[in-house]
Design a protein around this ligand. Structure first.
Ligand SMILES: [Zn+2]
Length: 268
């Protein structure tokens, strides 16, 4: 599932290619990916100009000239790719007045597109915690949050009411680099350790954005290319392989019905 670095990469790519473009045609090949009626969706976009594309959490937020907002939640396998060839997973094709087309592909069809007047209309945005790069998200916030919860740290990192945009891949990587066991309860993590985790959250996400995300599953950026952060993953997907630091074997355990990859020797 695309996490913050992948969605940020898509948003940066699309901002460059789609700014000020005006929709001409919208062809919905599979209305399952729409929240709301297909005819209304097409009518609301026709003739609208794209004014701004931003990321909030793991969602792509496209501001239109009408002041309405097209929200795309990519979920498991959604892709937004500009000027590529459509395939059998193409669910929506957007074309523009001055040429070019944007495809929404989604192999498993868990992603959703909808148009709203205000982001508050969508529950996800109402419960979403602070963005990691915002002022509200800082070392003190993390320390305080940890103190009031008795959940395993790994589960808390995945909780988007705590922080927006982190998923399974980066939660595992952040904990490995912090040297903290994914099983540790947050209330037992010291202020000093919380500070280390906070800084690793920022560093790992920044580094992953710099390398245009990780192409685990079918992630592609806004131009259809794979991300390059895979080669830098130290634990995620490396069960049974040598730890890059200590050469013990990377283990995989289930936590909140998700796989956690970690090194039991490096992470205490
Ligand atoms: Zn190790």
């Amino acid at each position: 599932m695309p996490e913050l670095p992948e969605v940020q990469t898509i948003v940066s790519d699309l901002s460059k290619s789609l700014f000020n473009k005006t929709f001409s045609d919208v062809i919905v090949h599979d209305a399952l990916v729409l929240l709301g009626p297909k005819r209304k969706f097409i009518q609301q976009l026709a003739g609208q100009t794209i004014k701004k594309i931003i990321r909030r959490g793991k969602a792509v937020v496209i501001h239109l000239g009408s002041r309405e907002i097209l929200v795309v939640q990519l979920m498991m396998t959604g892709q937004l790719i500009f000027n590529a060839d459509s395939n059998r997973h193409t669910r929506v094709t957007f074309t523009f007045l001055d040429g070019g087309k944007l495809l929404y592909n989604d192999q498993r069809r868990f992603g959703r597109l909808q148009i709203v007047k205000n982001l508050n209309e969508i529950k996800y945005f109402n419960i979403l915690g602070p963005e990691p790069f915002s002022k509200e998200f800082n070392s003190l916030y993390v320390q305080k949050y940890f103190k009031k919860s008795a959940r395993p740290i790994k589960s808390l990192l995945l909780d988007h009411t705590f922080v927006a945009g982190i998923g399974n891949i980066y939660a595992c990587e952040i904990l490995f680099r912090s040297g903290i066991s994914p099983k540790r309860l947050t209330c037992q993590i010291s202020a000093q350790e919380a500070d280390v985790i906070y800084h690793q959250i920022i560093d790992v996400l920044e580094e992953a954005i710099k390398h245009r995300g990780s192409s685990v599953r079918n992630y592609r950026d806004g131009t259809g290319q794979k991300g390059n952060f895979n080669q830098r993953l130290a634990v995620y997907g490396r069960e049974g392989l040598d730890c890059l630091k200590c050469h013990a074997l990377i283990e995989r355990i289930a936590q909140s019905s998700r796989s956690t990859f970690y090194c039991a020797r490096c992470q205490k």
